[in-house]
Design a protein around this ligand. Structure first.
Ligand SMILES: [Fe+2]
Length: 382
C-alpha cells in the first residue's frame, strides 16, 4: 500500500453553514470574487440572492450560464469576465459543472493559457483562490483537485487536475440541495456510488480500510436516496448524502489502488453526446461493468454485491442486482434509449482508450480492458 493524501481544502459542513461565507472569505483575504453559476436555478430559488446578501461587504462579478458538461468556451467566457472585472478569486455556486468550470476559470485567469492545453501535457501550477458551494451532492468536486471540461470541436471530455485546483474552502450546506430537481439529485446518487466503487471493483487487492469506506458510502446512498425520493425536503437524508458525496472524493480511498473504468468510458460517451448527463451515462454502463468484472473475479463482485444486501453466485446475477437498484431509484436507460447510435460504440471504445488508455493501450480494471472488452461492455449496455 503506497499513497499520498494531502487534501488542503477546508470543509465547512452542515445545515446553515452558508452563513459562514463572509467570515471564511475574509479569512483567506479575498476582496472581489467572480461568482460562477449555472443556467439560472440559483437565481430562481433565491440561493444567489442569499449569497449576494452575505457578500454585501465585498465587491463581486457574476458569470452566468455555465452549461451541464461545461465547455472550453464557457471557461474562456468566464476568464474574460474575471479579468475585465479585476476579480481575485472564484466562488462556484452550483453543481459539478459549475464547480469544474470555476476551477479552470481561476486557473486560466491566473496563467493565461488555453484551457484545453491542461487536458494534455500542461500541468496546472497556479490558480486564484477557489471557493465552492455545491447545490447538488454528486461529483465531490468540492473536495478534489479535478475539473472535467468538454471540447465541442473534438467531441471530447477530459480532465484537468493539479494541487492548485483544490478549493481553499468549500461550504457544504445540505439545505442548499433541497431545491435541486429530482432527476439531477438521483443522477448524483449514481455518481456518488460509482466514485466509491470504482477502485473496489477494479482491484484484486483487498484493502480493509478502503473496502469499509466503500461499504459505508454506498450504504449511505442506498439508505438515504429513497428517503429523498419520497420526501425531497428530508434534511437528515440530504445531510447524509452530502457527506457521502464529499467523502467519496476527499482522498480517503487513495490507499486502494485501481482504475476508474466506468468514468473513463462515461467521459467518452458524454464527450461525444454532451446532452447525456454524467449520472445517466454511468447508470447505463454500471451493470455491464459489474458483470464483466464478475466474470473475471466473482469473489470480489460477490463481496461488493453484499453491500446491496444480496448474496449472488454469478456475474449475471450481480449485474441484475445493480440494474434493479438503478431501476428502483431512476428510470434505467440503456445507451440506445439515451440516444447513442449503435455505429458510435466503436468510436466510444476508441476514444476511451485514447483518453484513458495506458502505454499498452489498455484501460485499467480488474483485468486490463482492450478495445474489444470496452466494446463488449458498451454492447451489453445498449
Ligand atoms: Fe463522477
Amino acid at each position: 500500500m503506497n499513497f499520498i493524501l494531502h487534501n488542503p481544502t477546508r470543509i465547512v459542513f452542515g445545515v446553515g453553514s452558508l452563513s459562514k461565507l463572509p467570515k471564511e472569505s475574509q479569512s483567506i483575504g479575498i476582496n472581489k470574487p467572480l461568482i460562477v453559476i449555472g443556467q439560472g436555478s440559483v437565481k430562481k430559488n433565491g440561493i444567489l440572492d442569499r449569497v449576494l446578501e452575505l457578500l454585501k461587504d465585498f465587491k463581486y462579478a457574476i458569470c452566468e450560464n455555465i452549461k451541464p458538461n461545461p465547455t472550453v468556451d464557457d471557461v474562456i467566457r468566464g476568464k474574460n469576465i474575471f479579468l475585465e472585472n479585476g476579480c481575485d478569486s472564484v466562488i462556484a455556486l452550483g453543481g459539478g459543472s459549475v464547480m469544474d468550470a470555476a476551477k479552470v476559470i481561476s486557473l486560466v485567469a491566473k496563467e493565461g493559457f488555453d484551457p484545453w492545453e491542461y487536458t494534455a501535457n500542461k500541468k496546472p501550477k497556479d490558480a486564484y483562490p477557489i471557493i465552492t458551494i455545491p447545490t447538488l451532492s454528486a461529483t465531490g468536486s468540492e473536495a478534489d483537485p479535478i475539473a472535467v471540461i468538454n471540447n465541442l470541436n473534438t467531441g471530447e471530455k477530459k480532465s484537468v487536475s493539479g494541487m492548485c485546483l483544490y478549493p481553499k474552502f468549500s461550504i457544504i450546506d445540505p439545505e442548499l440541495t433541497i431545491t435541486t430537481p429530482l432527476n439531477a439529485t438521483v443522477d448524483g446518487f449514481i455518481d456518488i456510488i460509482v466514485h466509491a466503487s470504482e477502485t473496489f471493483l477494479s482491484t484484486k487487492d483487498r484493502n480493509v480500510f478502503c473496502d469499509g469506506v466503500t461499504e459505508t458510502i454506498v450504504k449511505m446512498v442506498i439508505e438515504n436516496g429513497p428517503k429523498i425520493i419520497a420526501n425531497t425536503t428530508d434534511i437528515k437524508a440530504r445531510t447524509e448524502i452530502a457527506l457521502a458525496s464529499t467523502m467519496a472524493m476527499y482522498g480517503i480511498l487513495y490507499p486502494r489502488s485501481g482504475g476508474w473504468p466506468m468514468h473513463a468510458i462515461e467521459h467518452a460517451i458524454s464527450g461525444l453526446y454532451p446532452d447525456i448527463s454524467h449520472g445517466s451515462g454511468l447508470a447505463a454502463i454500471f451493470p455491464a461493468i459489474v458483470e464483466w468484472d464478475g466474470e473475471r473475479n466473482i469473489e470480489r463482485v460477490k463481496q461488493y454485491i453484499k453491500i446491496f444486501g444480496y448474496e449472488v453466485n454469478t456475474a449475471k446475477e450481480a449485474s441484475e442486482v445493480i440494474k434493479n437498484f438503478i431501476v428502483s431509484i431512476k428510470a434505467f436507460k440503456g445507451l440506445k434509449d439515451l440516444g447513442v447510435k449503435k455505429e458510435d460504440l466503436n468510436v466510444i471504445a476508441e476514444k476511451t482508450l485514447i483518453l484513458k488508455g495506458n502505454k499498452e493501450n489498455k484501460l485499467l480494471n480488474i483485468e486490463p480492458m482492450g478495445f474489444n472488452d470496452i466494446l463488449n461492455v458498451l454492447e451489453r449496455s445498449y
